[in-house]
Design a protein around this ligand. Structure first.
Ligand code: KG4
Ligand code: ZN
Length: 341
């Protein structure tokens, strides 16, 4: 491909401030500033998130340029997350991107955060060989805010074929973790504790949702009642069974996801599944999906560092849009709810 393009990617949709730089779609840097401030509140506090983005975004940009060995003037286009996400957070990244676009006189590319997650599999790092998922494929996007099955025909054409009717998979983890008195985000904590547990000690009911849609509010509530009922008989029930509770709860969430993904393969005839989003870092989910290879389903697991929010995936989505000159105007405004694809 005879093109020389350097993309700056900006991601501020939730509580991670991230900026990445790619050259001809090879990732040169991907800097992420996490916001620990939300831990003690048990969830992301939108106003604190916006303020932290304001504090972090300039140092993150400087570090991204430094690591990429690039001068800001070498940037050819600015790709940024326009939505969905927290409005106040999105406004910081969007305004920053617009300011850079005017100052550098370079085009702006708006990116849908969900498409970014889907395309995270196409992040390529220098001197690293990696097999890229073929098109079409199915993507199971599992994050703190979304649980979606998506047919991905190309970097430009994606269709949602299944979604959650209530909570996202990440919420099942985070809210379940809260019941067990863990900090936010609880998903990684459950994952770690579950490593020492018996995943078949307890059972939780699976939702009965037709088709390719998901539901996670039922399993969350059943964990609540399960804890409440057992505490009545034994005040130390949680402490004595923590490993097994986490392992069993996590195992059932993974099974729900696998069963729907297999149904999607059957219904669409598309035999390749990719996982993306923060929850795809979960070790039990990864293990259960890898088993599908034995059923002749191609499975692509994302590298852990590209599962949670990052700007590398935004730079990839930006690169593909750049190839089509799909630029946006300076008057675009962020959207909180999912309204693209
Ligand atoms: O994609 P992401 O960074 O942000 C959203 O766009 O929502 O996903 C964050 C979610 C949180 O719910 C977090 O608990 C979950 O990903 N998560 C995990 C793990 N690592 C992150 N859930 C289960 N197991 C993990 N290892
Ligand atoms: Zn995300």
């Amino acid at each position: 491909m005879n093109i020389n393009v350097t993309i700056l990617g900006i991601e501020t949709s939730c509580d991670d401030t991230s900026i990445a730089i790619s050259e001809n779609n090879i990732l040169l840097s991907n800097v992420i500033a996490n916001q620990d401030i939300h831990k003690k509140y048990g969830g992301v506090v939108p106003e604190l998130a916006s303020r932290s983005h304001q504090t972090n975004i300039i140092p993150v940009l400087k570090e991204a340029l430094y690591l990429a060995k690039k001068d800001i003037k070498e940037i050819d286009a600015i790709a940024f997350t326009l939505g969905p996400g927290l409005l106040g957070s999105l406004l910081v990244g969007t305004s920053f991107a617009k300011g850079l676009s005017i100052a550098l006189n370079k085009p702006l590319i708006e990116i849908n955060h969900i498409q970014g997650h889907v395309l995270s599999h196409y992040v390529v790092e220098p001197a690293k060989e990696k097999e890229l998922p073929p098109f079409p494929h199915l993507c199971l996007l599992i994050s703190g805010g979304h649980t979606q099955l998506i047919t991905v025909n190309s970097p430009y054409e994606m269709y949602i074929i299944g979604t959650t009717i209530d909570d996202a998979a990440g919420e099942a983890f985070d809210k379940g973790a809260k019941m067990l008195k863990f900090d936010y985000p609880g998903g990684p904590i459950i994952d770690n504790i579950a490593r020492n547990g018996n995943a078949y000690k307890f059972n939780f009911p699976k939702p009965n949702v037709k088709g390719l849609d998901f539901s996670f509010s039922g399993i969350k509530t059943s964990l609540l009642y399960f804890i409440r009922d057992n505490l009545k008989n034994n005040a130390n029930f949680i402490e004595e069974n923590l490993y097994d509770i986490c392992a069993s709860y996590q195992r059932v969430i993974a099974e729900i996801l696998v069963e729907k993904a297999v149904l999607a393969v059957k219904q669409t005839g598309i035999n390749t599944i990719t996982l993306s989003g923060g929850v795809s870092a979960n070790s039990e989910i990864r293990k259960q999906f890898l088993f599908l290879k034995e059923k002749n389903i191609n499975v692509f697991l994302p590298e852990i560092k590209f599962t949670t929010d990052n700007a590398a995936m935004i730079a990839v989505a930006g690169f593909y849009k750049y190839l089509k000159s799909a630029f946006c105007n300076l008057n675009v405004s962020p959207y909180a709810k999912f309204n693209l694809l």
